[in-house]
Design a protein around this ligand. Structure first.
Ligand code: PLP
Length: 322
């Protein structure tokens, strides 16, 4: 059994903590996207969030809730992606020390970005060591608080604030499409949807190569897979969390998948038609909404664009079709 699942009240409390710290990101529309889908689409643009992804919301909310003693000891996390930068930046703003566990062979740009926000990077050999074990060792040695990337009530509540802002701004929706990795964003978004737009269908979207969430949703228990090979690196998780799965089971309507080719098509659409940079993982929700597989004619549809952090070289290659 999972104890203490976050509720919509926790999302509201997180919004208060984030006020004036996180960006209230814009909600964009596109006539071309509407014409192609037959729906009214509302894109919540977390690619414009601080550090380039919604992860800042959950990371900041979790650190802001720590006691003074916990803050003095600092925080630790394992991630080479957006959660690393989120924790580093949130900790810096709150004057808390942050240790980020990264693989020895993490891309230099990601390491530099994390260090740029004042995070201390501790490396490990991902062929020989388990990152969670390394994090736990540092947690014990230094008395730090571990903040995992998704399976944490305060992280989930923070992530839910993006969808809350979307509903506040545009009102009730018929559908909400949310990308799915470990499920922090989807479960937080579902809490907001259930409270603010009870009839809205909440759809989680995973990369085709890694549909552990879909398998878990259908089978009723958490399914674990090998690390999937997909362009959607932010959703290349191997399993849902206990907290996120419990919320997804209770509040999400379905989980679907899209292919890498669909992600590239969407990424180009965002660049060409909407003039914005979206990372492949950030394209998951939109790619499902534009797939033609949902009866969206005349519907009001929300889409969370989760992030915009790209490696320019690979992004250029995807745009050019290389
Ligand atoms: C982390 C991340 C996701 C997946 O979020 P979960 O909470 O793990 O499901 C999606 N998109 C981007 C850009 C991310 O950084």
């Amino acid at each position: 059994m999972v104890s203490a699942l976050p509720t919509f009240d926790d999302v509201v409390a997180a919004s208060q903590r984030l006020a004036g710290v996180a960006h209230r990101t814009p909600v964009l529309t596109s006539r071309t996207a509407d014409a192609r889908s037959g729906a009214s689409l509302f894109f919540k643009c977390e690619n414009y969030q601080r550090m380039g992804a919604f992860k800042f919301r959950g990371g900041y909310n979790a650190i802001a809730k720590l006691s003074d003693a916990q803050r003095r000891a600092g925080v630790v996390t394992f991630s080479s992606g957006n959660h690393a930068q989120a924790i580093a930046l949130a900790a810096q703003i709150l004057g808390v020390k942050a240790v980020i566990i990264m693989p020895l062979d993490a891309p230099a740009a990601k390491r530099a970005a994390t260090e740029g926000y004042g995070g201390e990077v501790v490396t490990y050999d991902r062929y020989k060591e388990d990152r969670e074990a390394v994090a736990r060792r540092i947690q014990e040695e230094r008395g730090m608080t571990l903040i995992p990337p998704y399976d944490h009530a305060d992280v989930v509540a923070g992530q839910g604030t993006a969808a809350r802002e979307l509903f506040e701004e545009v009102g009730e929706l018929d559908y909400l499409f949310v990308c799915l990795g470990g499920g922090g964003l989807l479960s937080g978004s579902a809490l907001a949807a259930r409270a603010l737009s009870p009839n809205c269908k909440v759809i989680g979207v995973e990369p085709e190569a890694g549909n552990d969430g879909q398998q878990s949703f259908r089978s009723g228990s958490i399914v674990r897979i090998e690390t999937p090979k997909t362009l959607a690196d932010g959703a290349a998780t191997t399993h849902l969390g206990e907290i996120t799965f419990a919320l997804i089971k209770a509040h999400v309507d379905d989980i679907v998948t899209v292919s890498d080719a669909q992600l590239v098509g969407m990424l180009r659409f965002f660049a060409e038609r909407m003039k914005m940079v979206v990372e492949p993982t950030g394209c998951l929700g939109a790619a499902a909404a534009m797939s033609g597989e949902f009866p969206l004619a005349g519907k009001r549809v929300g889409i969370i664009i989760s992030g915009g952090n790209v490696d320019l070289k690979s992004y250029g290659g995807l745009l050019a079709g290389a």
